[in-house]
Design a binder for this molecule. Sequence first.
Ligand SMILES: Cc1cc2nc3c(=O)[nH]c(=O)nc-3n(C[C@H](O)[C@H](O)[C@H](O)COP(=O)(O)OP(=O)(O)OC[C@H]3O[C@@H](n4cnc5c(N)ncnc54)[C@H](O)[C@@H]3O)c2cc1C
Length: 497
Amino acid sequence: MNYDYAVIGGGVSGMTSALILAKHGCSVVLVEKSGQIAPTIRGFTRKGLFFDTGFHYTGGLGAGEPLDIFFRYLGLSDHVNVHLFNKDGFDSFRCLGPRFEFDFPYGYDSLKERFHGAFPGDRGAIDDYFRAVREIYTSLPYVDLDSPGQHAALSSVHGPSLQEFLDGLTGNGLLKCILSMHCFLYGVPPEETSFAYHACIAGSYYESAGGIEGGGRGLTKAFEARLEKMGVAVYCGQEVKKIHVAGDGAVSGISLEGGTTISCSGCISTVHPHQLLEMIPESVFRPAYVNRLRQLDETTSACMLYATCSEPIKGLEGSNLFIFPQADFSFFHGSVPIEGRPLYITAAGSSARSGKQGFIAICPMPGAQTRRWADSVSGKRPAGYELFKKEMTERIGRSIEASCPEIAGRITDMECATPLTLRDYTNSPYGSIYGVKHRVGQYNPIPATRSRGLYLAGQAIVAPGIMGAMMSGFLACENIFGRDHLQEELKACRPEG
Ligand SMILES: Cc1cc2nc3c(=O)[nH]c(=O)nc-3n(C[C@H](O)[C@H](O)[C@H](O)COP(=O)(O)OP(=O)(O)OC[C@H]3O[C@@H](n4cnc5c(N)ncnc54)[C@H](O)[C@@H]3O)c2cc1C
């Protein structure tokens, strides 16, 4: 078998990379370890209700925004129906102590007005914060297509941290907590994340927030249709074991579990950098580079609760709820009991046939809490693990009932997934929610490598999320086709008006 390019990993970044390559006339093979493509975002159906797993909502879907243009460019737009969330309150922050509620609208003017109303003494700090976020967000590659820009946002591992930046603006702890709330969407606490990195992710949600009909499965189906149409060969249930590099340092092929070898002159790896190191001959990279990749920290893992309810939950239509037991981020450190950790709550898909409704709650949980069962496999876990899962399900369920009167008394069934579930279903080595932690002062992997023809994409490169993953595909491919060229092609996909 011989292809121009092999793409390793069939997640959002791999599928994006494969489509860009195919669009440029390359023959492409996409290899995915799971039995089906896009295991992270594919979701699952239980008792007639569809539950999303790795994609609930995103910024950047509004007309002319980056994801809208990426979707048009890749031919996905004809296969997806975007629905924007509630413009007046797409995310609700609820603090339990002190009791405080705040709804995030999207659009900078609305955001500033809402914050000015809630924190009249901090108008200057609020304006400075949003001005800085907007400036950094628009300097991300492929966000402002008219900007020749230096893309300063990609140096986001440099300080100040989000915490330092906010400390410089205000002493109001509650305001700082609300402005930091979206660090939930990338799994790094405010004192560790750079302000620039926070701005890259939160900035996209401040412009607009939305989802896709059918959730992650809807998006996956769109990708599948396009991969087929563009002639990309997709191998699922096949683990890449080796990337072959010839004597001149150029990629020459990959080997799959079972021994099949595929020849290729280029390869885009979208797997976790630690998994990449297992595939590549040790001599290819410099020891310092290998050490840097090995030392990359991981984002937190989580416990996910999937619940069915007797009726639709008011407030979760076009909106998410973030519950904070207290107005700080100390839960990221130490052994805070599950009741002391925040929760992200979002609606599950509805089934027209059964009329059932439900929700998904995500609670950050260190992977260490399930480490003692790490050697077990899904479907054959020991009784102790099942007991742990049952206890977590009940405790998270009780926390939700106590803090959410709109949900209390309406839960009909609950089940939870743990860090081990995440590890095994997404094939991520440690079961973290967002893979590598992008933190201040840490080396950030870039798409180009020392090996000719080998490029990196995936959530470790720019940022997690559908937008970060898709953007990483463009960044990897610009090494092949040039940024100016891709940027010009994307410009041609802008909606009219
Ligand atoms: C619980 C949860 C909720 C989330 N919610 C949101 C959300 O609401 N909005 C949002 O934008 N983002 C969300 N995310 C983040 C988003 O899902 C991810 O950042 C994104 O899907 C990552 O895509 P990727 O292609 O970089 O990585 P992955 O999806 O991890 O893709 C890598 C692929 O490589 C495969 N693989 C690994 N090793 C091999 C091998 N040796 N050979 C072949 N294949 C291999 C894996 O099976 C995997 O499919 C969420 C994530 C989680 C876990």
